[in-house]
Design a protein around this ligand. Structure first.
Ligand SMILES: Cc1cc2nc3c(=O)[nH]c(=O)nc-3n(C[C@H](O)[C@H](O)[C@H](O)COP(=O)(O)O)c2cc1C
Length: 137
């Protein structure tokens, strides 16, 4: 089976890769379990997937310096910059977060705010989804 995808840059292409961004500090927790299930389905469909483990990392927030607008990279050289080329390559992105006080967890928010701000054009036409895990809502 081949899934088609339309991107602004390249036009019609095959849907090849999904990035699964895991905000949970528990690397074997509920979000990871959901991503394992998703990876199995993607594999059956011939789509590659990669889990980016963010939760246990020391990821600081964006300082709005806008240096990334000229360099295409974040001034804080960490997992955000490592993920930028992977985001460019992927056609789909899934965000996974535990619910912390009714919100996505802080580490995930810091990560995606810096990642997305450093690469605004790369998000055009990507397919997005989210997974959350909570104790009671
Ligand atoms: C700081 C903190 C805040 C939390 N806030 C909520 C909340 O507002 N509502 C809720 O249902 N669960 C809350 N929880 C529980 C987590 O969402 C829950 O344990 C989740 O399943 C963890 O997912 P994980 O195993 O993928 O890390 C909180 C947990 C922590 C550590």
């Amino acid at each position: 089976m081949r899934f088609l995808y339309y991107s602004k840059e390249k036009g019609e292409e095959t849907f090849r890769k999904v990035l699964m961004i895991n905000g949970s500090p528990d690397v074997k927790g509920c979000i990871h379990t959901a991503f394992l299930e998703a990876a199995t389905i993607f594999e059956e469909a011939g789509i590659e997937s990669e889990e980016i483990i963010v939760g246990p990392k020391d990821i600081r927030g964006c300082i709005g310096c806008r240096k990334c607008k000229t360099t295409g990279r974040c001034i804080f050289d960490d997992l955000v910059n490592e993920t930028l080329p992977k985001l460019k390559e992927a056609q789909g992105v899934i965000l996974g977060s535990p619910v912390y006080y009714g919100n996505p967890n802080g580490t995930l928010l810091s990560f995606i705010q810096r990642l997305f701000y450093s690469s605004p054009d790369d998000l055009h036409m990507k397919v997005g989804a989210s997974v959350v895990s909570c104790r009671r809502g």
